[in-house]
Write a protein that binds this ligand. Structure first.
Ligand SMILES: [Zn+2]
Length: 199
């Protein structure tokens, strides 16, 4: 039987994006992987720190308990509250750092970063050339937290949704979307609620 260390994926805030007349309204999905190790994936905008802190408290954690902050890529709506977690190792796209130390890791050649035996970070470029996804083995199956590799569930049937959200390489993004769909049972997309992968 899987023990207490099996991680729990808790989406703290569902991401969203919609186009208004003169601007776009968007924020990312923010996900807690409750371990240990405890991981936050994507920290929303710089204006969300108080609500993020409160959401952690509601899950019996404080910012100091977080071991890893993982940002699927470096856009401002995914990194805004990273500073709340000074004790964590920060992985932002392909960059891994803690304080002023930058660790070598060859995501570029496809190498995954192992966080625990149930949590890994894999390179999934496309939206930006340095996007990563977090793969979590839970009791309910494999959850992939992908950032903007998937914008929202609707983009499974309408490629224009993820393409118009910006793609530095549509070819790579297409390839990595396919790879994630094959390995995951659930996907937490960058800007929509978690969805089940129809196998
Ligand atoms: Zn985004």
């Amino acid at each position: 039987m899987e023990g207490a260390e099996t991680p729990q994926v808790i989406v703290l805030f569902d991401g969203y994006s919609k186009t208004e007349k003169n601007f776009m309204l968007a924020n990312c999905s923010c996900t807690l992987i409750k371990g240990p190790p405890h991981v936050i994936v994507d920290t929303m905008t710089a204006w969300d720190c108080e609500k993020l802190r409160k959401a952690l408290i509601a899950n019996d954690l404080s910012c100091e308990d977080i071991d890893f902050v993982i940002c699927t890529h470096g856009h401002s709506d995914h990194i805004g509250c990273n500073y709340l977690f000074p004790k964590a190792v920060h992985i932002v796209g392909f960059s891994i750092s803690q304080e002023d130390i930058y660790f070598n890791h060859d995501f570029k050649s496809g190498k995954e970063k192992v966080i625990s035996d149930k949590v890994t970070v894999i390179p999934t470029p496309g939206h930006t050339m340095q996007d990563v996804s977090v793969i979590v083995k839970t009791c309910n199956g494999v959850v992939a937290i992908t950032g903007d590799l998937f914008e929202k569930e609707e983009d499974l049937h309408d490629d224009s949704i993820w393409k118009s959200a910006g793609s530095d390489s549509e070819e790579l993004q297409m390839k990595n979307r396919k790879k994630i769909l094959e390995m995951a049972d659930f996907i937490v997309p960058g800007h929509g609620p978690m969805f089940k992968v129809d196998k």
